[in-house]
Write a new protein. Structure first.
Length: 117
């Protein structure tokens, strides 16, 4: 199992920026990919961005060009830099780690991101 601890959420005005961090511990040798999901009230959880241990990243279409995912394999930490935030980005953001076969290794506790004026 992998333990994931998130930080960096908060309240920001539209057009603002936030950076989320997720530190992994435990069986980190098992991690193939890490990612950020989000869930807004009344909606399903969706993958926002993911990155493999080789640095290959993928993004939800609606965040391309605004969000950037990065991974520090020395610190076992993944970051999500979110720029040009919109009210529709408001959600609880969750960090996830999975194995090369796609099986989940763990989830973070979630961090609230609220974009509002």
């Amino acid at each position: 199992q992998v333990q994931l601890v998130e930080s960096g959420g908060g309240l920001v005005q539209p057009g603002g920026s936030l950076r989320l961090s997720c530190a992994a511990s435990g069986s980190i040798f098992s991690i193939y990919a890490m990612g950020w999901y989000r869930q807004a009230p009344g909606k399903q959880r969706e993958l926002v961005a993911g990155i493999t241990n080789g640095g290959i990243a993928n993004y939800l279409d609606s965040v391309k060009g605004r969000f950037t995912i990065a991974r520090d394999n020395v610190k076992n930490t993944v970051y999500l830099q979110m720029n040009s935030l919109k009210p529709e980005d408001t959600a609880v953001y969750y960090c996830n780690a999975n194995r090369v076969d796609g099986r989940d290794l763990g989830w973070g506790q979630g961090t609230q991101v609220t974009v509002s004026s």
